[in-house]
Design a protein. Structure first.
Length: 224
């Protein structure tokens, strides 16, 4: 039987990913209490997506990096970073804030380099360079000379433009190679949309009208 661990749980309308930095403003009394206890005990807490209908079963641990600001009324601004992933086995509602019994998991395989994966990594780095030029974040040099598909995939998924549902799907995947391929597909659409938007802004800035071909392409990109 897989061992479970009880963790504090923070349902939010967003997805935290391993290695991703996430600032949080803590203002509800129950979460003030939760964060105070986590700080006192040097303990992480779990963030899980609440989509307005239900709490998803897979989430990510958040480690508190620092307290950015404390307010007189007890509110806090904190910086967190994503750590281990988990699957919820049971929700516990006996304290002011929610807890859960969870099982931690990681990727199921170690990826060995191959030509196909090398091509995906090359495509990812090319897209990241272009994305950096149009301010969606990410710096390829941060990954060093040896690129880990797991680290790279989660770094890409943390970029602006990925919807919560897309991030949730990537969070749940256990194949780093497949996750990276999916990230490249999504990132390519983000870069293409931003490229078209930038071109339209350039044309409008010149007091012109965007060609219909560009408008049609933009409309098609926004549908996907």
């Amino acid at each position: 039987m897989t061992e479970t661990t009880t963790i504090p749980l923070f349902p939010l309308g967003l997805v935290l990913l391993p290695g991703m930095h996430l600032p949080l403003h803590i203002f509800e009394e129950r979460y003030k209490q939760m964060i105070a206890e986590c700080l006192a005990n040097h303990r992480p807490f779990g963030i899980v997506l609440f989509d307005g209908q239900a709490i998803h079963s897979v989430g990510c641990m958040a480690r508190i990096q620092k307290v950015i600001k404390r307010y007189d009324d007890g509110r806090l601004d904190i910086m967190t970073r994503g750590a281990e992933r988990f699957v919820i086995r049971e929700l516990i509602e006996v304290r002011a804030y929610m807890e859960a019994r969870v099982v931690f998991f990681d990727d199921s395989q170690t990826v060995s380099s191959d030509d196909s994966l090398d091509e995906v990594i090359e495509s990812a780095m090319t897209l990241l360079k272009e994305a950096g030029e149009i301010d969606v974040g990410g710096r390829p040099s941060a990954f060093g000379s040896r690129i880990d598909p797991k680290q790279l995939s989660f770094a890409i998924a943390g970029l602006e433009g990925f919807a919560p549902a897309e991030r949730q799907g990537l969070l749940e995947m256990t194949s780093p190679a497949e996750r990276l391929r999916k990230c490249v597909q999504v990132l390519s659409r983000i870069v293409a949309r931003n490229r078209l938007t930038r071109e339209i802004q350039r044309i409008i800035g010149g007091n012109g009208h965007p060609p219909r071909s560009i408008l049609r392409e933009l409309e098609d990109r926004l549908k996907h």
